[in-house]
Design a protein around this ligand. Structure first.
Ligand code: PEP
Ligand code: MN
Length: 351
């Protein structure tokens, strides 16, 4: 839909519109109002170049597209019936809980194994553990390939699937070869389109899921959903959207909590939403409330940093990780809230 700056365009201006959209197989249909005329684009209007050229015209105010820019991720796509499964949980049916270290300490594998058992005991379905870390400070611990073995050993010992972040093709290959079940794309790489393409191509045809964090900047929701489209486009629809707080921050929290985007995402896309409250608020004490808020907003799961001894952890763990006892209480409350939500939103079958 083309909205001109003036109330009505001159015939020569309409001809210019028609010429541009014609190049992309579309045509212009004026919608004449008493005061104003607007111009519908009839045909597939999802051509970015066409829209850019129209918006570059001096007499065009803006172009609003009706069709979704993400064909596969759209709630009306055929994939809307697809269900993503992790750790025996079908997202959408049961609340998925992923929990574990921000960062695995390669010098202290037992801490990770203890956490892995403890989060399982607390009710988690999958274990998270950072092998390679995106650190703002180049001198901070960046992770270690050795942690990948520890991660997989944690999986074997508990029988639970594991999640870890990959930041480049080498890590992607190593993680897939080791048998990582959920690949995480972090907030810093969430809009790294070449990495998204590499991940999409690498997971195509494999029983692997991708947890895509929302970019650290507070971008539009369609940007987030389109990032997921990059992955799904290669053929593996097991993608999970993960709001994790954005920048600029809410003074006092690490980021601006954004679990409230969950229902907005769900109006546009079929993809499950697993919220990360740990990076959102950034302090263990605030995590349970943020996690419950996420469930209240309709999240399908939670990804939480947890540690048996947070003070001995690396990366974010000393400040952000909850203890297994806190995690257990949080999971109990979150499941109860999830059940209440489902009972309210699932229509009661008539007798
Ligand atoms: C993490 O999960 O530890 C992490 C670094 O996440 P994010 O990319 O959301 O900052
Ligand atoms: Mn972290």
């Amino acid at each position: 839909m083309i909205l001109p700056k003036s109330n009505r365009l001159e015939p020569a201006e309409v001809a210019q519109l028609s010429a541009i959209v014609g190049e992309f197989g579309c045509r212009i249909q004026p919608i004449v109002g008493d005061v104003r005329t607007i111009y519908a684009i009839v045909g597939d209007e999802r051509h970015e170049l066409m829209i850019n050229r129209l918006e570059g015209l001096p007499f065009v105010d803006r172009v609003d597209t009706i069709q979704s820019p993400h064909k596969l991720m759209d709630i009306r796509s055929d994939l809307a019936r697809h269900r993503v499964r992790v750790g025996g949980v079908t997202l959408g049916d049961e609340l998925l809980i992923m929990a574990g270290h921000c960062t695995i300490d390669p010098k202290n594998p037992n801490l990770f194994y203890e956490t892995a058992h403890a989060v399982k005991e607390a009710g988690a379905h999958a274990i998270r553990g950072g092998v390679w870390k995106p650190r703002t400070n180049p001198y901070a611990f960046q992770g270690d390939n050795k942690s990948l073995e520890i991660l997989m050993e944690g999986s074997r010992r508990t029988g639970l699937p594991v999640d870890t972040e990959v930041m480049d093709e080498e890590q992607l290959k190593l993680a897939l070869a080791a048998g990582v079940h959920v690949l995480q794309i972090g907030a810093r790489n969430a809009l790294n389109y070449s990495l998204l393409r590499q991940v999409g191509a690498a997971v195509a045809g494999k029983p692997v899921a991708v947890l895509l964090k929302r970019s650290i900047h507070s971008g539009p929701l369609n940007e987030f959903i389109s990032a997921a489209e990059y992955i799904v486009n290669f053929g593996n629809p097991n993608v999970i959207l993960c709001p994790r707080g954005t920048s600029p921050t809410l003074d006092g929290y690490r980021n601006q909590p954004d679990e409230s985007i969950t229902p907005l995402l769900k109006e546009r896309t079929w993809a499950p939403v697993v919220v990360d409250p740990s990076h959102s608020v950034g302090k263990a004490a605030y995590v349970p409330a943020c996690a419950l808020a996420a469930v209240a907003y309709g999240a399908d799961g939670l990804c939480i940093e947890a540690h048996v001894e947070p003070a001995r952890g690396l990366g974010d763990d000393p400040k952000q990780a909850v203890t297994p006892a806190v995690l257990a209480g949080l999971i109990r409350d979150a499941k109860a809230l999830h059940a209440v939500r489902r009972s309210r939103t699932t229509p009661v079958p008539s007798a």
